[in-house]
Design a protein around this ligand. Structure first.
Ligand SMILES: [Zn+2]
Length: 276
């Protein structure tokens, strides 16, 4: 049976007194069942706050994930930047563990002057260090989601992400559908991607982002917009998900957040799938 968790990337815009706890309550009220905690500008949540958020989420049946800070580069030339990046990933994983969440999304690295192959090896070593530290610190549940990226200069083709997931325990693919669509030149075969990722990695739950991207100077660029733009379209993905016996989280990263997540919910319902 397909199981879909759907919700916004961050506290819903319509939340009155904006806080993580109120955001989770709002997600439930809207009839959604997932929320991503945005640590994109830093891991600014106390341990107490994380535990509280986790309790509410578990009571209300809202699945939590987290987005690590944007300022991360596991392939940085400077040692300090590399160390800071590892700490940011660890801190994100630590807070999400306290929340009882499952996976963090990471914009892993830029190739910089290195080749993709050189970069891959450096990232792999760094990921192994982080997962060792997680193990030593008693972080048992949270997985590191390596996000597929749109930009050619960024680590994160589908193949790279899958390879790393196979070689480092607790690393999993984090599929940003729009990023992958852009990286593939503005096309995507959702069924093929799903089958490839599941077959290669053997994961039982997929974490993913969905939004549309801006088309500029002949290509899709990593500027997020409403899913109304159909770049890429949601309905064909919904159909492929319902067809399969799959468990997936869809986090809506459109600037409209819950408004677009609710449109996605409607598409799923029109195809006969109910979130609850
Ligand atoms: Zn992301």
């Amino acid at each position: 049976m397909t199981k879909i968790y759907l919700g916004p990337a961050g506290i819903p815009l319509s939340t009155e007194k904006k806080s993580t706890v109120n955001g989770i309550k709002k997600v439930k009220e809207l009839g959604l069942n997932a929320m991503e905690i945005e640590f994109v500008r830093g891991v600014n949540m106390s341990e107490k706050g994380a535990i509280e958020a986790g309790e509410i989420a578990s009571q209300l049946g809202v699945r939590l994930s987290a987005h690590a800070p944007y300022y991360i580069n596991l392939c940085a030339e400077e040692k300090e930047k590399m160390e800071a990046s590892k700490n940011r990933i660890f801190d994100t994983a630590h807070r999400l563990e306290l929340m009882g969440g499952d996976t963090i999304a990471i914009h892993t690295a830029f190739y910089g002057k290195r080749t993709p192959e050189e970069c891959y090896e450096i990232i792999k070593q760094n990921m192994l260090e982080i997962t060792d530290r997680m193990k030593d610190s008693g972080i048992k549940r949270v997985k590191l989601g390596v996000e597929t990226m749109a930009k050619e200069t960024a680590f994160g083709t589908l193949e790279e992400v899958v390879k790393l997931s196979k070689e480092v325990p607790r690393v999993v693919p984090y599929i940003d559908w729009a990023h992958t669509f852009a990286r593939l030149g503005g096309k995507i075969n959702y069924g093929e991607v799903l089958d490839y990722v599941i077959k290669e990695t053997g994961i039982t739950h997929i974490n993913s982002h969905f939004e549309s991207l801006v088309f500029r100077k002949g290509k899709y660029v990593d500027v997020h917009k409403s899913i109304d733009d159909n770049a890429p379209p949601f309905e064909p993905l919904a159909k492929e998900l319902i067809k399969r016996d799959i468990s997936i989280t869809l986090i809506c990263e459109s600037p409209l957040l819950e408004e677009d997540a609710l449109k996605m919910k409607k598409v799923l319902e029109d195809l006969g799938y109910s979130l609850s």
